[in-house]
Ligand binder design. Structure first.
Ligand code: ADP
Ligand code: MG
Length: 253
């Protein structure tokens, strides 16, 4: 079966700064793939490459069998047009540390926005889906609330519903609970756990090692732009093989 994400020797530089130094990994369909590592190791940059927000400098990156940002004809690569990139980005949902909801729209309107504006869906259809998505993230009763009237955890769950509204085949989470008060983290993780149970392919950058251990199918430890160690979360977390992994885990566990 085609991998949902496949990275082959992916490099990324910003000017002279070499950030990703040859990432090889594969994320299977339906898998919860956790990415951990110290700040500055390139985790967000890697997610942004998957989501076509950054172009890789070298190597190959495929999402669902298709090269990110390029079309291959024979053995030549052609850069995709912005409109083609935008079309592909629709298949990938992204949830950031900061929720980035539209402040002047209710929870419901936030969830309806992209299907209506980007996909040209009717408001009736978009509303039906938004109702069911808000229910799925446990916020049926908050549909008419504005972001300022919601807790951080509730806002983050609206952000997840908003990403799901475009019916993505892949969800990227970039430290989705890092900005939350500790007592609000659990509800967000529960929503992510539910998504995983429903078979969503997810790449999750997180410091929540409990989540990684219980929900993750695979875990990669990244440091300084390389994959240091990977395996089943339970194995890597309880029996790390490399000193860098051990040192990192001793600080976060
Ligand atoms: N657009 C950019 N221009 C220049 N440097 C960047 C850019 N984005 C990220 N970086 C640098 O790349 C490195 C890795 O960043 P990042 O991917 O955010 O790491 P992580 O998410 O693991 O904390 C950092 O040193 C950061 O300053
Ligand atoms: Mg980051």
């Amino acid at each position: 079966m085609t991998a949902m994400v496949k990275a082959e020797g992916v490099h990324k530089s910003f000017g002279a700064a070499h950030i990703l130094k040859g990432i090889d990994l594969e994320v299977a369909k339906g898998e919860v793939f956790c990415l951990i590592g110290p700040s500055g190791s390139g985790k967000s940059t890697f997610l942004r490459c998957i989501n076509h927000l950054e172009q890789v400098s070298a190597g190959r990156l495929y999402v669902d069998g298709e090269l990110v940002g390029y079309r291959q004809k024979g053995d030549k690569l052609y850069e995709l047009k912005d409109s083609e990139v935008a079309l592909k980005r629709r298949d990938i949902g992204m949830v950031f540390q900061r929720f980035n909801l539209f402040p002047h729209m209710t929870a419901m309107e936030n969830v309806m926005e992209a299907p209506v504006q980007v996909r040209g869906e009717s408001r009736a259809v978009a509303r039906e889906r938004a109702i069911s998505l808000l229910d799925r993230v446990g916020l049926s009763d908050k549909a008419k609330n504005y972001p300022s009237q919601l807790s951080g955890g509730q806002q983050q769950r609206v952000a997840i519903a908003r990403a799901l509204a475009m019916e993505p085949k892949l969800m990227l989470f970039d430290e989705p609970t890092s900005a939350l008060d500790p007592e609000l983290v659990g509800d967000v993780l529960d929503v992510m756990r539910g998504l995983a149970e429903d078979g969503m392919t997810m790449i999750v950058v997180t410091h929540e090692m409990g989540f990684a251990r219980e929900v993750g199918d695979a875990l990669v430890f990244m440091d300084d732009g390389v994959v240091v160690e990977s395996g089943h979360p339970r194995d890597v977390l309880t029996n790390p093989q490399h000193d860098r992994t051990k040192s990192f885990l001793s600080k976060v566990l």
